[in-house]
Ligand binder design. Structure first.
Ligand SMILES: CC(C)(COP(=O)(O)OP(=O)(O)OC[C@H]1O[C@@H](n2cnc3c(N)ncnc32)[C@H](O)[C@@H]1OP(=O)(O)O)[C@@H](O)C(=O)NCCC(=O)NCCS
Length: 148
């Protein structure tokens, strides 16, 4: 699993992985509108607080993930997605481990994320990697991972 910058050439794959408004909501909350399009993805790329990545295996795109700067040595993980045809095969865990490595390289000591409370699969994955529930916000579960 490799992470590289999310580019316009990645839009078609990402759009195809989000097949329904429900899937889009689980991915991003209320901030984007179904169907996703390149204009909305250009806005993500233009946001200087975000670092969006495309995850690849053997050069082929298999997932998407973002790091959002939230302060000194702090960041939030956002918009986590594995190609639906490849979910449940361990790629989500690899994706999270890869972004944890990126965060470490950037000196980030405290990582947070928000997850829909009914998304048991994602919550199980985050807990496996050491995230703990710290509260709720706007109907979402807040989770946090602290370095060392
Ligand atoms: C959440 C997601 C990224 C996980 O990726 P994945 O490739 O499916 O997950 P993995 O195969 O790496 O599984 C990792 C862990 O997730 C959990 N998990 C995976 N499939 C599960 C399922 N069907 N039910 C419950 N837990 C499950 C397990 O803890 C698993 O670890 P284990 O195999 O040791 O039991 C992926 O399913 C996805 O893109 N879902 C849709 C978008 C989404 O929910 N994004 C998160 C927004 S916060």
């Amino acid at each position: 699993m490799q992470l590289r910058p999310f580019e316009p050439a990645d839009d078609a794959a990402l759009i195809s992985w989000l097949r329904t408004p429900e899937e889009l909501y689980i991915f991003t909350g209320p901030r984007l509108t179904f169907p996703l399009d390149s204009a909305q993805l250009d806005e993500i790329r233009a946001d200087a607080t975000l670092t969006p990545f495309t995850a690849t295996v053997d050069g082929a795109a298999v997932g998407h993930i973002e790091l959002v700067s939230t302060g000194e040595a702090r960041a939030r993980i956002a918009r986590v997605l594995v190609d639906p045809e490849r979910q449940g095969q361990g790629l989500g865990e690899q994706l999270l481990r890869a972004v944890l490595g990126e965060a470490r390289e950037r000196g980030i000591r405290r990582l947070t994320l928000r997850v829909v409370p009914t998304n048991a699969r994602a919550i199980a994955l985050y807990e496996k990697l050491g995230f703990v529930l710290t509260g709720t916000e706007e109907g979402m579960n807040l989770m946090e991972l602290r370095a060392g």
